[in-house]
Design a protein around this ligand. Structure first.
Ligand code: HEM
Length: 483
């Protein structure tokens, strides 16, 4: 009889002791998790002044991170704009944070960026809204639309490059910005009118310049000018949407697909459509144009890689010369060019870190992270880690002959927030490099490595000026001299 009491009591006691020990271990682990090393800076403003100084310097805003990474190691903390930021650069941390299987993190941009792209933007929407918007937008980046886009981008590139021999000195960044904006606007809202495109371009530049600014709404501030530019773009998009709703014409661009009536609960609102069209322009134009610019610079500095690339492109040219424009399938015949692109993206690290916010207290790599802290995956440090990429400062496309270590190539991010336009960006870079190498020889005129100030994405200040020599003209001249 006594056994009826003893067995449950012992069981209960066992459970109590077990729970207590788990609780105790958690408390101890929490108290043992170290705060990441770093400097809180001055009261309230923290290290904001140092951050702003880096943005305003020729080394670019990543220099702020690099200096501290060298001083404190893989994981450090700082305070910018009154908030705690942790920067972390290991493939294990990238996996944990970007895959976010435990749901500990959400994406978080600084206030100025959120205000400029709009709170319905994919970049800033709540997790639930993000899921809905992303599912709508992902379907737009289908193989069919990618094929159309390759054809359109190639046509724009051919037209643009055909005017070059009249100019001979070219700023790659300027040309690439023009072509990528035109291509993206055509794809999104079928906007082709030159004057509207020029105005839009100016406003997009104002938004870029405001993204890293202090969110102060005074008429002379960058932030205010960026907000005014956003308002003008919203008005333009309102006009386009209005006309589209009244028209019966089918244009087959992204807007047409987004406006198709569906179930009320899943249909995107006008504001969601507008914010996300702006987001795709912002996320797609500058990044791709900057990547193209870096790629041309790296190729110029690495004649061996350029030689190999030219050989591949010349062979392809023989096969496709009967066609006016490249197709998506043609891009699959450029294995070396694809590696050139990957290597350029690794070295340029256009988006140097990915911002997230901790939703609860957690631990990463033995460091305690508090709920509400900003935690940034420092992709650029991973891209230059000699333990992952040998001779990381050398441009070696063939390093991608073999698969790279998981979570080491982060140019387009990974996980639920991976770049939506990655295939499109790759395609644009392939088309551009094919047309350039098969039409021209070039020499970079200014090898200055300074980074442009006040830009969110890593961009060459010189824009990579080149002198071009038309291959066709060279051939004609040499034939003439022989006869
Ligand atoms: C070389 C060019 C590009 C680079 C290097 C790049 C890089 C990235 C990276 C690293 C992210 C993820 C950031 C994070 O996880 O926090 C991202 C997100 C995104 N990218 Fe790109 N991108 C490029 C081109 C494009 C293009 C052409 C488009 C579309 C037109 C685009 C649209 C987007 C969008 C919408 C997101 C947000 C995805 C989300 O939050 O769910 N990107 N991009």
């Amino acid at each position: 009889m006594l056994l009826w009491y003893i067995v449950p009591c012992v069981g209960l006691l066992y459970l109590l002791v077990k729970s207590f020990s788990i609780l105790w271990r958690t408390i101890i682990a929490k108290s043992q998790a170290k705060v990441p090393p770093g400097n809180w800076g001055l009261p309230v403003i923290g290290e904001t002044i140092n951050f702003m100084a880096a943005i305003n310097s020729n080394k670019g805003f990543y220099d702020f991170v690099q200096v501290r990474r060298l001083k404190y190691g893989n994981c450090f903390r700082t305070n910018i704009f009154g908030q705690t930021h942790v920067f972390i650069s290991s493939t294990e941390a990238a996996k944990k944070i970007l895959n976010n299987e435990a749901g500990n993190f959400t994406k978080r941009y600084i206030k100025s960026i959120a205000k400029l792209v709009g709170d319905q933007s994919l970049l800033c929407a709540s997790q639930r809204q993000h899921k809905l918007i992303r599912s709508h937008l992902s379907t737009l980046f289908s193989t069919t639309s990618l094929s159309t886009m390759v054809r359109q981008f190639d046509e724009l590139t051919v037209n643009n490059l055909s005017t070059w021999h009249e100019k001979s000195n070219i700023i790659i960044l300027h040309e690439a910005l023009k072509i990528t904006l035109e291509a993206i606007c055509k794809m999104l809202v079928n906007l082709e009118e030159k004057k509207e495109l020029e105005m839009l371009h100016k406003d997009v530049v104002l938004i870029y310049e405001a993204m890293l600014s202090f969110p102060l709404r005074l008429p002379w501030t960058r932030f205010y000018k960026g907000l005014q530019a956003r308002k003008r773009i919203m008005r333009l998009l309102d006009r386009i949407i209005d006309t589209r709703r009244k028209s019966k014409e089918k244009l087959d661009d992204f807007l047409d697909h987004l406006l198709i009536k569906g179930d009320q609960t899943t249909q995107l609102t006008n504001q969601q459509i507008k914010d996300n069209i702006l987001t795709m322009i912002i996320a797609g134009q500058d990044t791709t144009a900057s990547a193209i610019t870096w790629m041309i610079k790296y190729l110029d500095e690495n004649p061996e890689a350029l030689h190999k690339l030219r050989a591949e492109q010349a062979a392809l040219q023989q096969k496709v010369s009967h066609k006016a424009y490249l197709t998506l399938q043609d891009l699959n015949c450029m294995p070396y060019a694809s590696k050139v692109i990957k290597e350029s993206l690794r070295m340029a690290s256009i988006v140097p870190w990915f911002p997230r916010m901790a939703l609860q207290d957690c631990e990463i790599e033995g460091f305690g992270i508090k709920k509400g802290w900003n935690i940034n995956v420092d992709a650029k440090s991973i891209h230059f880690d000699p333990m992952i990429f040998h001779d990381p400062h050398k441009f070696i496309p063939s390093r991608f002959d073999d698969d790279s270590k998981p979570y080491s190539f982060l140019a387009f991010g990974v996980g639920g927030r991976t770049c939506l336009g990655l295939h499109l960006a790759r395609a644009m870079m392939l088309v551009f490099v094919y047309r350039l190498t098969t039409s021209y020889r070039w020499k970079v005129l200014d090898s200055d490595e300074s980074i442009e100030k006040w830009t969110l994405f890593s961009r060459l200040k010189s824009g990579c000026p080149i002198r071009v020599m038309c291959i066709e003209e060279e051939r004609e001249l040499s034939n003439a001299s022989k006869t």
